[in-house]
Design a protein around this ligand. Sequence first.
Ligand SMILES: NC(=O)C1=CN([C@@H]2O[C@H](COP(=O)(O)OP(=O)(O)OC[C@H]3O[C@@H](n4cnc5c(N)ncnc54)[C@H](O)[C@@H]3O)[C@@H](O)[C@H]2O)C=CC1
Ligand SMILES: CC(=O)N[C@@H]1[C@@H](OP(=O)(O)OP(=O)(O)OC[C@H]2O[C@@H](n3ccc(=O)[nH]c3=O)[C@H](O)[C@@H]2O)O[C@H](C(=O)O)[C@@H](O)[C@@H]1O
Length: 477
Amino acid sequence: MSENLQRLFRERGPVKTIGVIGMGYVGIPAAVLFADAPEFDFVYGFQRDSKNSGYKIGMLNAGESPLKGEEPGLEDLIWKVVREQKFVCTADFSKIRECDAVTLAIQTPFADPKDLIPDFTPLTDGIRNVGHYLTPGTLVVLESTITPGTTMGMAREILEEESGLVAGVDFGLAHAPERVMVGRLLQNIREYDRIVGGIDDVCTTRAGELYGPILTKGELILMSATAAEVTKTAENTFRDLQIAAVNELALYCEAMGINVYDVRTGVASLKGEGVTRAILWPGAGVGGHCLTKDTYHLERGVQVVAAEPPDYPEGRESLFLLARGINDFMPSHMLKLTKDALARVGKDILGAKIAVLGWAFLNNSGDARNTPSEMYRDLCLGEGADVVVHDPYVLTYPGVPILQDADAVLDGADVVAILTGHSQYRELDPVRCCGMTGQAYPVVVDGRNIADPDAWIAAGFVYKGIGRGDKNGHPLV
Ligand SMILES: NC(=O)C1=CN([C@@H]2O[C@H](COP(=O)(O)OP(=O)(O)OC[C@H]3O[C@@H](n4cnc5c(N)ncnc54)[C@H](O)[C@@H]3O)[C@@H](O)[C@H]2O)C=CC1
Ligand SMILES: CC(=O)N[C@@H]1[C@@H](OP(=O)(O)OP(=O)(O)OC[C@H]2O[C@@H](n3ccc(=O)[nH]c3=O)[C@H](O)[C@@H]2O)O[C@H](C(=O)O)[C@@H](O)[C@@H]1O
């Protein structure tokens, strides 16, 4: 069967014209890197002319980047490939007929973060478009983060239905997940190893020929399409698991009256040939666009792909889902630390003013997607507290006033809760902060190991810190 496809690839020759669908954080850098590679002749950037994103077409064709934030080298590269007439952005999907390879980098959000069912509508719309214009001998690659089983399942079915062609016989199909981080898009695509997985070996090889030319330090790692889908979701599932492990350790250390950071230093010191303990950092919770969803993609994937449920300890919850539960528990633990500290000075959380320092989910970032700070704020509001939020990078957030004036947030606060490890919070002067609160014994709850316990206790705070069992029961000064 794949001999036919091999023949078609041979007749077509090496990939020369590429189509990238979805001009976003993933599609734009990929498209211009393909366009800049001497191995390829021309790249179409396909972008639907939608209300929200249609503006990107004009910007890109003028050599400008529509992406927010600093992306070193990206705008120069866009300008270069546009000037050299190696790249054009278009909403004319019929140009797919001219492409030897088409990649799809379309968003795959969750319809409702609570139900964690992915909304593949934009992606299936894109796949349908590709199928409509698909010609024999073309390679189709899904780059979006997808539930394992999607390439071999939904994507293949739609492409075959729309084109009347057969995957693996008339056209190639593969998955090559993205690992880029906003802020270093070009560097990540060039330097990270690239997972490439075809629905069969012929497709995997062809897909490797597509990505090889844009890698500098990165190596190709070839596997099956489903293994590539599992790799992408598992790499974030494992990071979430590592964080959950150290969060659980922090809770134990608090209960045992010891300092989790001493333990962390000790554990991390165990190094040697093949010996490592990838112990990460405990904190107030796990936010972001990746770790908060990819575990659920993996869990759903095993239901889709496995003919039989996996063999697993009877009645035991998935370790990966338990890890998600522990990480999502950390804002509740921050609430418990808050209430315990207030009780130490005869106060109740009802009516207390809580100053939340940090809304972004990541230190020194303005990205607040799925931020644990929101979980903590909601819990405090549910207890009748008055919550004010400070963040130096997040300027607005739907339904939540975010202040950039720390003094205004600290003024009269009963509690100072540090939810994000922004560097500037390390510079806070506890004595001045205590004065700003105007309280006899204000509370500080440190979710990111930012505050020096002794300094804040000496300044008159009731201190609580995640994992700081050695300090959390300190005598009042
Ligand atoms: N942004 C990131 O840092 C990373 C993203 N990813 C994954 O890559 C995928 C893409 O993510 P982003 O680039 O961030 O999304 P994005 O939202 O920035 O870009 C998607 C683009 O596709 C366009 N689009 C949507 N439906 C379309 C259609 N039917 N036809 C043509 N264009 C269409 C949108 O208008 C938008 O311009 C997602 O699955 C995401 O999970 C993976 C790793 C990192
Ligand atoms: C392409 C992609 O999906 N990249 C992922 C991305 O993860 P993300 O942007 O979500 O950042 P992250 O550093 O994992 O942090 C996620 C959340 O976890 C928390 N976090 C992170 C590390 C840690 O030791 N403890 C902890 O509590 C952070 O505060 C944050 O709320 O960036 C990670 C990275 O930068 O290392 C990378 O490992 C992930 O695979």
